[in-house]
Design a protein around this ligand. Structure first.
Ligand SMILES: [Zn+2]
Length: 431
Protein backbone atom coordinates (compact mmCIF):
# COMPACT_ATOMS: atom_id res chain seq x y z
CA UNK A 1 0.00 0.00 0.00
CA UNK A 2 1.35 3.41 -0.88
CA UNK A 3 2.02 5.92 1.82
CA UNK A 4 -0.39 8.30 0.10
CA UNK A 5 -3.27 5.97 0.74
CA UNK A 6 -2.07 5.18 4.26
CA UNK A 7 -2.86 8.76 5.22
CA UNK A 8 -6.53 7.79 5.00
CA UNK A 9 -9.68 9.83 4.83
CA UNK A 10 -9.63 11.16 8.39
CA UNK A 11 -9.07 14.88 8.28
CA UNK A 12 -7.98 16.47 11.52
CA UNK A 13 -8.05 20.20 11.92
CA UNK A 14 -5.68 22.64 13.56
CA UNK A 15 -8.53 24.65 15.13
CA UNK A 16 -11.68 22.71 14.41
CA UNK A 17 -14.04 25.15 16.13
CA UNK A 18 -12.92 27.89 13.76
CA UNK A 19 -12.44 25.81 10.63
CA UNK A 20 -15.95 24.32 10.72
CA UNK A 21 -17.93 27.42 11.76
CA UNK A 22 -21.27 27.74 9.97
CA UNK A 23 -21.21 30.54 7.39
CA UNK A 24 -23.21 33.11 9.34
CA UNK A 25 -21.09 32.50 12.43
CA UNK A 26 -17.93 32.90 10.33
CA UNK A 27 -19.16 36.26 9.04
CA UNK A 28 -19.92 37.45 12.60
CA UNK A 29 -16.54 36.19 13.77
CA UNK A 30 -14.65 37.95 10.97
CA UNK A 31 -16.59 41.18 11.34
CA UNK A 32 -15.89 41.24 15.07
CA UNK A 33 -12.17 40.75 14.35
CA UNK A 34 -12.39 43.39 11.62
CA UNK A 35 -13.89 46.03 13.94
CA UNK A 36 -11.15 45.23 16.47
CA UNK A 37 -8.27 45.64 14.04
CA UNK A 38 -9.74 48.81 12.48
CA UNK A 39 -9.93 50.45 15.92
CA UNK A 40 -6.45 49.25 16.82
CA UNK A 41 -4.86 50.33 13.54
CA UNK A 42 -6.52 53.75 13.59
CA UNK A 43 -5.22 54.37 17.07
CA UNK A 44 -1.69 52.97 16.66
CA UNK A 45 -0.75 53.03 12.97
CA UNK A 46 -0.17 56.52 11.62
CA UNK A 47 -0.12 55.03 8.08
CA UNK A 48 -3.64 53.65 8.42
CA UNK A 49 -4.91 56.78 10.16
CA UNK A 50 -3.62 58.93 7.30
CA UNK A 51 -5.28 56.64 4.77
CA UNK A 52 -8.66 56.59 6.50
CA UNK A 53 -8.64 60.34 7.21
CA UNK A 54 -7.80 61.07 3.56
CA UNK A 55 -10.74 58.91 2.50
CA UNK A 56 -12.97 60.99 4.78
CA UNK A 57 -13.88 57.97 6.89
CA UNK A 58 -13.73 57.09 10.54
CA UNK A 59 -13.30 53.67 12.18
CA UNK A 60 -17.01 53.67 13.03
CA UNK A 61 -17.81 53.55 9.30
CA UNK A 62 -16.10 50.18 8.90
CA UNK A 63 -18.19 47.64 10.75
CA UNK A 64 -18.88 45.04 8.09
CA UNK A 65 -16.99 43.21 5.36
CA UNK A 66 -19.03 45.12 2.78
CA UNK A 67 -17.98 48.43 4.39
CA UNK A 68 -14.33 47.60 3.69
CA UNK A 69 -15.02 48.92 0.20
CA UNK A 70 -14.84 52.43 1.69
CA UNK A 71 -11.11 51.97 2.38
CA UNK A 72 -8.72 52.52 -0.52
CA UNK A 73 -6.56 49.54 -1.49
CA UNK A 74 -2.88 49.73 -0.57
CA UNK A 75 -0.51 48.14 -3.06
CA UNK A 76 3.05 46.98 -2.59
CA UNK A 77 4.30 49.91 -4.67
CA UNK A 78 2.41 52.30 -2.35
CA UNK A 79 4.15 50.76 0.66
CA UNK A 80 7.58 51.26 -0.94
CA UNK A 81 6.79 54.95 -1.53
CA UNK A 82 5.30 55.45 1.93
CA UNK A 83 8.37 53.90 3.53
CA UNK A 84 10.60 56.38 1.71
CA UNK A 85 8.46 59.22 3.02
CA UNK A 86 7.94 57.86 6.53
CA UNK A 87 10.73 55.42 7.35
CA UNK A 88 11.09 52.71 8.37
CA UNK A 89 7.55 51.27 7.93
CA UNK A 90 5.54 54.02 6.27
CA UNK A 91 3.66 54.34 9.54
CA UNK A 92 2.07 50.92 9.14
CA UNK A 93 3.50 49.49 12.35
CA UNK A 94 0.79 48.98 14.96
CA UNK A 95 3.02 48.94 18.06
CA UNK A 96 5.82 51.20 19.35
CA UNK A 97 9.19 50.40 17.73
CA UNK A 98 10.67 49.15 21.00
CA UNK A 99 8.01 46.45 21.11
CA UNK A 100 9.28 44.74 17.96
CA UNK A 101 11.20 41.50 18.03
CA UNK A 102 12.72 41.73 14.57
CA UNK A 103 12.72 43.87 11.46
CA UNK A 104 12.43 41.93 8.23
CA UNK A 105 13.46 43.22 4.84
CA UNK A 106 11.59 41.83 1.84
CA UNK A 107 12.18 42.51 -1.84
CA UNK A 108 10.68 45.85 -2.83
CA UNK A 109 12.54 46.77 -0.67
CA UNK A 110 9.99 46.72 2.09
CA UNK A 111 10.77 46.82 5.81
CA UNK A 112 8.40 44.76 7.91
CA UNK A 113 7.82 45.06 11.64
CA UNK A 114 8.09 41.66 13.34
CA UNK A 115 5.87 40.72 16.27
CA UNK A 116 7.14 39.44 19.62
CA UNK A 117 5.00 36.29 19.59
CA UNK A 118 3.93 34.73 16.30
CA UNK A 119 0.35 33.63 16.77
CA UNK A 120 -1.12 33.47 13.27
CA UNK A 121 -3.06 30.37 12.29
CA UNK A 122 -2.81 30.18 8.53
CA UNK A 123 0.36 28.21 7.89
CA UNK A 124 -0.30 25.81 10.78
CA UNK A 125 -3.78 25.20 9.39
CA UNK A 126 -2.19 24.62 5.99
CA UNK A 127 0.24 22.08 7.40
CA UNK A 128 -2.40 20.07 9.23
CA UNK A 129 -4.71 20.16 6.20
CA UNK A 130 -1.84 18.78 4.09
CA UNK A 131 -1.33 15.90 6.53
CA UNK A 132 1.44 17.18 8.83
CA UNK A 133 1.15 15.56 12.24
CA UNK A 134 2.72 16.11 15.68
CA UNK A 135 5.98 14.23 16.12
CA UNK A 136 6.95 14.33 12.47
CA UNK A 137 10.30 15.73 11.43
CA UNK A 138 10.26 18.44 8.78
CA UNK A 139 12.85 20.24 6.71
CA UNK A 140 12.17 23.92 6.15
CA UNK A 141 13.94 24.76 2.90
CA UNK A 142 12.74 28.34 2.57
CA UNK A 143 15.30 31.11 3.04
CA UNK A 144 15.87 32.08 6.67
CA UNK A 145 17.58 35.34 5.79
CA UNK A 146 16.00 38.79 5.86
CA UNK A 147 12.41 37.80 5.09
CA UNK A 148 9.86 36.64 7.66
CA UNK A 149 8.68 33.59 5.79
CA UNK A 150 10.95 30.70 6.85
CA UNK A 151 12.11 32.01 10.20
CA UNK A 152 8.93 33.49 11.59
CA UNK A 153 5.98 32.04 9.71
CA UNK A 154 6.95 28.49 8.74
CA UNK A 155 9.34 27.68 11.60
CA UNK A 156 6.86 28.86 14.24
CA UNK A 157 3.95 27.11 12.56
CA UNK A 158 5.81 23.78 12.46
CA UNK A 159 6.43 24.26 16.18
CA UNK A 160 2.75 25.00 16.78
CA UNK A 161 1.71 21.86 14.90
CA UNK A 162 4.17 19.83 16.99
CA UNK A 163 6.69 18.97 14.30
CA UNK A 164 10.45 18.89 14.79
CA UNK A 165 12.10 21.36 12.43
CA UNK A 166 15.41 21.07 10.63
CA UNK A 167 16.14 24.62 9.47
CA UNK A 168 17.98 23.68 6.29
CA UNK A 169 17.18 26.82 4.28
CA UNK A 170 17.72 26.86 0.52
CA UNK A 171 20.43 25.18 -1.53
CA UNK A 172 22.98 22.49 -0.57
CA UNK A 173 20.85 19.92 -2.33
CA UNK A 174 23.18 16.98 -1.74
CA UNK A 175 23.40 17.73 1.95
CA UNK A 176 19.60 18.04 2.07
CA UNK A 177 19.26 14.56 0.55
CA UNK A 178 21.62 13.17 3.19
CA UNK A 179 19.63 14.91 5.92
CA UNK A 180 16.37 13.49 4.55
CA UNK A 181 17.88 10.01 4.65
CA UNK A 182 19.81 9.97 7.90
CA UNK A 183 17.27 11.88 9.99
CA UNK A 184 14.25 10.04 8.51
CA UNK A 185 12.51 13.27 7.57
CA UNK A 186 8.73 12.91 7.05
CA UNK A 187 7.74 16.38 5.93
CA UNK A 188 8.90 19.00 3.44
CA UNK A 189 8.35 22.75 3.34
CA UNK A 190 9.66 24.60 0.31
CA UNK A 191 9.04 25.40 -3.32
CA UNK A 192 7.91 22.69 -5.75
CA UNK A 193 10.95 23.37 -7.94
CA UNK A 194 13.30 22.78 -5.02
CA UNK A 195 11.55 19.50 -4.18
CA UNK A 196 12.09 18.50 -7.80
CA UNK A 197 15.78 19.41 -7.48
CA UNK A 198 15.98 17.16 -4.41
CA UNK A 199 14.36 14.27 -6.30
CA UNK A 200 16.82 14.66 -9.16
CA UNK A 201 19.81 14.93 -6.85
CA UNK A 202 18.71 11.84 -4.89
CA UNK A 203 18.44 9.85 -8.11
CA UNK A 204 21.82 11.14 -9.25
CA UNK A 205 23.20 9.82 -5.96
CA UNK A 206 21.80 6.40 -6.81
CA UNK A 207 18.83 6.62 -4.43
CA UNK A 208 15.18 5.89 -5.05
CA UNK A 209 13.29 8.80 -3.42
CA UNK A 210 10.23 6.59 -2.84
CA UNK A 211 12.17 3.77 -1.16
CA UNK A 212 15.32 5.27 0.34
CA UNK A 213 13.72 8.46 1.70
CA UNK A 214 10.61 8.63 3.87
CA UNK A 215 8.93 11.91 2.96
CA UNK A 216 5.18 11.52 3.51
CA UNK A 217 3.87 15.05 3.24
CA UNK A 218 4.87 18.34 1.72
CA UNK A 219 3.61 21.90 1.87
CA UNK A 220 4.75 24.02 -1.03
CA UNK A 221 4.45 27.78 -1.37
CA UNK A 222 5.95 30.75 -3.22
CA UNK A 223 5.18 29.22 -6.63
CA UNK A 224 2.06 27.44 -7.82
CA UNK A 225 2.58 23.78 -8.59
CA UNK A 226 1.41 22.57 -12.02
CA UNK A 227 -0.64 19.34 -11.72
CA UNK A 228 1.82 17.37 -13.85
CA UNK A 229 4.67 18.33 -11.52
CA UNK A 230 2.58 17.58 -8.45
CA UNK A 231 1.70 14.05 -9.56
CA UNK A 232 5.28 13.46 -10.66
CA UNK A 233 6.60 14.43 -7.21
CA UNK A 234 3.86 12.59 -5.31
CA UNK A 235 4.62 9.39 -7.20
CA UNK A 236 8.37 9.73 -7.05
CA UNK A 237 8.44 10.24 -3.27
CA UNK A 238 5.22 8.37 -2.42
CA UNK A 239 4.05 11.49 -0.64
CA UNK A 240 1.11 13.90 -0.45
CA UNK A 241 1.90 17.37 -1.75
CA UNK A 242 -0.36 20.32 -1.06
CA UNK A 243 0.09 23.93 -2.01
CA UNK A 244 -0.60 27.19 -0.31
CA UNK A 245 -0.71 30.82 -1.28
CA UNK A 246 0.35 33.92 0.57
CA UNK A 247 2.73 36.84 0.58
CA UNK A 248 5.66 37.73 2.82
CA UNK A 249 3.85 40.86 3.99
CA UNK A 250 0.57 39.35 5.02
CA UNK A 251 1.15 35.63 5.49
CA UNK A 252 -1.02 32.70 4.46
CA UNK A 253 -4.10 33.54 2.39
CA UNK A 254 -5.04 30.08 1.17
CA UNK A 255 -4.19 26.40 1.60
CA UNK A 256 -5.31 23.19 0.00
CA UNK A 257 -6.90 20.38 1.98
CA UNK A 258 -6.63 16.75 0.88
CA UNK A 259 -9.61 17.33 -1.46
CA UNK A 260 -7.35 19.47 -3.64
CA UNK A 261 -10.16 21.70 -4.87
CA UNK A 262 -8.99 25.22 -4.22
CA UNK A 263 -7.28 26.89 -1.27
CA UNK A 264 -9.18 27.48 1.97
CA UNK A 265 -8.83 31.00 3.33
CA UNK A 266 -7.41 30.76 6.88
CA UNK A 267 -9.55 32.02 9.73
CA UNK A 268 -7.27 34.89 10.68
CA UNK A 269 -7.45 36.68 7.34
CA UNK A 270 -10.16 38.44 5.46
CA UNK A 271 -9.93 37.95 1.73
CA UNK A 272 -11.91 39.94 -0.84
CA UNK A 273 -11.96 39.50 -4.59
CA UNK A 274 -12.38 42.93 -6.14
CA UNK A 275 -12.75 44.56 -9.50
CA UNK A 276 -9.19 45.78 -10.16
CA UNK A 277 -10.47 49.06 -11.58
CA UNK A 278 -13.12 50.06 -9.03
CA UNK A 279 -12.05 48.18 -5.88
CA UNK A 280 -15.64 46.94 -5.48
CA UNK A 281 -16.17 43.42 -4.12
CA UNK A 282 -17.08 40.76 -6.66
CA UNK A 283 -19.35 37.74 -6.22
CA UNK A 284 -18.08 34.17 -5.74
CA UNK A 285 -16.98 32.81 -9.09
CA UNK A 286 -16.08 36.20 -10.54
CA UNK A 287 -12.42 36.85 -11.33
CA UNK A 288 -10.70 39.81 -9.71
CA UNK A 289 -7.78 40.93 -7.56
CA UNK A 290 -7.08 39.21 -4.24
CA UNK A 291 -7.20 41.88 -1.55
CA UNK A 292 -6.42 40.85 2.01
CA UNK A 293 -6.80 42.19 5.51
CA UNK A 294 -4.87 40.74 8.43
CA UNK A 295 -5.70 40.91 12.13
CA UNK A 296 -2.01 41.14 13.04
CA UNK A 297 -1.74 44.01 15.54
CA UNK A 298 1.99 44.51 14.97
CA UNK A 299 1.61 44.92 11.21
CA UNK A 300 -2.06 45.64 10.55
CA UNK A 301 -2.23 45.70 6.76
CA UNK A 302 -5.79 46.53 5.80
CA UNK A 303 -7.03 46.02 2.26
CA UNK A 304 -3.62 45.05 0.94
CA UNK A 305 -3.76 44.49 -2.82
CA UNK A 306 -1.74 41.42 -3.74
CA UNK A 307 -1.79 42.12 -7.48
CA UNK A 308 -2.79 38.48 -8.05
CA UNK A 309 -5.99 37.38 -9.75
CA UNK A 310 -8.28 34.64 -8.57
CA UNK A 311 -11.89 33.83 -7.76
CA UNK A 312 -13.58 32.55 -4.60
CA UNK A 313 -15.72 29.46 -4.24
CA UNK A 314 -18.20 29.12 -1.40
CA UNK A 315 -19.37 25.65 -2.46
CA UNK A 316 -19.19 23.18 0.46
CA UNK A 317 -15.92 21.23 0.70
CA UNK A 318 -16.11 17.52 1.64
CA UNK A 319 -13.26 18.03 4.13
CA UNK A 320 -15.68 19.81 6.47
CA UNK A 321 -13.92 23.17 6.44
CA UNK A 322 -16.43 25.92 5.83
CA UNK A 323 -14.11 28.74 4.76
CA UNK A 324 -14.33 30.03 1.20
CA UNK A 325 -11.67 28.80 -1.18
CA UNK A 326 -9.40 30.71 -3.51
CA UNK A 327 -9.44 28.86 -6.77
CA UNK A 328 -6.41 28.98 -9.07
CA UNK A 329 -4.14 32.00 -9.17
CA UNK A 330 -4.91 33.32 -12.65
CA UNK A 331 -2.10 35.78 -13.23
CA UNK A 332 -1.25 39.34 -12.31
CA UNK A 333 -3.60 42.28 -12.26
CA UNK A 334 -1.26 44.36 -14.42
CA UNK A 335 -1.76 41.73 -17.14
CA UNK A 336 -5.52 42.04 -17.17
CA UNK A 337 -6.91 43.83 -20.13
CA UNK A 338 -10.28 44.61 -21.62
CA UNK A 339 -11.15 43.41 -25.09
CA UNK A 340 -14.41 44.69 -26.51
CA UNK A 341 -15.46 45.61 -22.99
CA UNK A 342 -14.71 42.22 -21.41
CA UNK A 343 -11.87 41.36 -19.02
CA UNK A 344 -9.29 39.02 -20.45
CA UNK A 345 -6.68 37.58 -18.10
CA UNK A 346 -3.62 35.33 -18.44
CA UNK A 347 -5.31 32.39 -16.69
CA UNK A 348 -7.80 32.17 -19.55
CA UNK A 349 -5.00 31.88 -22.10
CA UNK A 350 -3.55 29.00 -20.03
CA UNK A 351 -6.99 27.40 -19.83
CA UNK A 352 -7.38 27.51 -23.62
CA UNK A 353 -3.89 26.02 -24.04
CA UNK A 354 -4.61 23.22 -21.56
CA UNK A 355 -7.59 22.09 -23.65
CA UNK A 356 -5.43 21.19 -26.66
CA UNK A 357 -2.53 18.75 -26.31
CA UNK A 358 -0.67 19.93 -29.44
CA UNK A 359 -0.20 23.42 -27.98
CA UNK A 360 3.24 24.16 -26.53
CA UNK A 361 2.96 27.90 -25.74
CA UNK A 362 0.51 30.70 -26.30
CA UNK A 363 0.45 34.45 -26.15
CA UNK A 364 -2.51 36.77 -26.48
CA UNK A 365 -1.97 39.85 -28.63
CA UNK A 366 -4.51 42.64 -28.50
CA UNK A 367 -4.51 45.24 -31.28
CA UNK A 368 -6.72 47.97 -32.56
CA UNK A 369 -7.74 47.98 -36.21
CA UNK A 370 -10.33 50.30 -37.76
CA UNK A 371 -11.22 51.47 -34.25
CA UNK A 372 -12.08 47.93 -33.21
CA UNK A 373 -10.32 45.62 -30.75
CA UNK A 374 -8.74 42.60 -32.32
CA UNK A 375 -7.53 39.63 -30.30
CA UNK A 376 -5.04 37.16 -31.68
CA UNK A 377 -3.84 34.02 -29.95
CA UNK A 378 -0.32 33.22 -31.07
CA UNK A 379 0.21 29.48 -30.78
CA UNK A 380 3.46 27.50 -30.81
CA UNK A 381 2.88 23.79 -31.37
CA UNK A 382 4.64 20.82 -29.82
CA UNK A 383 7.48 19.20 -31.74
CA UNK A 384 6.05 16.95 -34.47
CA UNK A 385 2.63 18.60 -34.70
CA UNK A 386 1.66 20.81 -37.61
CA UNK A 387 -0.80 23.65 -38.11
CA UNK A 388 -4.12 22.45 -39.51
CA UNK A 389 -7.47 24.11 -40.14
CA UNK A 390 -9.51 21.80 -37.84
CA UNK A 391 -7.10 22.46 -34.96
CA UNK A 392 -7.32 26.21 -35.61
CA UNK A 393 -11.11 26.05 -35.51
CA UNK A 394 -11.13 23.95 -32.35
CA UNK A 395 -8.82 26.39 -30.54
CA UNK A 396 -10.92 29.35 -31.71
CA UNK A 397 -13.99 27.65 -30.27
CA UNK A 398 -12.16 27.23 -26.94
CA UNK A 399 -11.28 30.93 -27.00
CA UNK A 400 -14.99 31.78 -27.36
CA UNK A 401 -15.93 29.32 -24.58
CA UNK A 402 -13.27 30.42 -22.11
CA UNK A 403 -12.75 34.11 -22.84
CA UNK A 404 -16.26 34.97 -24.05
CA UNK A 405 -14.77 37.06 -26.85
CA UNK A 406 -13.83 36.08 -30.36
CA UNK A 407 -10.17 35.65 -31.14
CA UNK A 408 -8.17 34.50 -34.10
CA UNK A 409 -5.54 31.77 -33.87
CA UNK A 410 -2.20 32.43 -35.50
CA UNK A 411 0.29 29.55 -35.58
CA UNK A 412 3.86 30.76 -35.16
CA UNK A 413 7.15 28.84 -35.41
CA UNK A 414 8.66 27.46 -32.22
CA UNK A 415 10.73 30.06 -30.38
CA UNK A 416 8.69 33.04 -31.69
CA UNK A 417 7.22 33.84 -28.29
CA UNK A 418 10.23 35.06 -26.27
CA UNK A 419 10.97 33.43 -22.91
CA UNK A 420 9.50 35.57 -20.16
CA UNK A 421 7.14 37.31 -22.59
CA UNK A 422 3.94 38.75 -21.21
CA UNK A 423 1.05 36.29 -21.52
CA UNK A 424 -1.06 39.17 -22.76
CA UNK A 425 0.64 41.64 -25.07
CA UNK A 426 -1.60 44.65 -25.35
CA UNK A 427 -0.32 46.59 -28.36
CA UNK A 428 -3.11 49.13 -28.47
CA UNK A 429 -2.16 52.78 -28.29
CA UNK A 430 -4.69 55.40 -27.36
CA UNK A 431 -4.42 58.94 -28.62
ZN1 LIG B 1 -11.48 21.30 2.02
Amino acid sequence: MSKTKALGPSLPFFKKSLETMPRAQRRDYLERKLRGIIQHAYRHSTGFKRLLDAAGRSPGDIKTIKALEKIPITKKADLVELQKKHPPFGGWEGVPLHDLRRIYVSPGPINEPGEKEYDELGWAQAMVAAGFRPGQTAINTFSYHMVPFALNMIDNSLYRVGCITIPTGVGNTEQQVNILRTLHVDAFCGTPSFLLAIAEKAEEMGLDPGKDLCLRVGLVAAEMVPETLRSNLEERFGMVLRQSYGTADIGCLGYECLEKNGMHVPDDKLVEIVDPQTGKQLKPGEVGEIVATTFNKTYPLIRFGTGDLSQLSVAPCPCGRTSPRLMKILGRVDQVTKVRGLFVHPGQADEVASRHDPIARVQVVVRRRDHKDEMILRVELQEGTFPAEPLKEAIEKSIRDVMKVRGEVQFVPKGTIPAGAKKIDDQRTWE
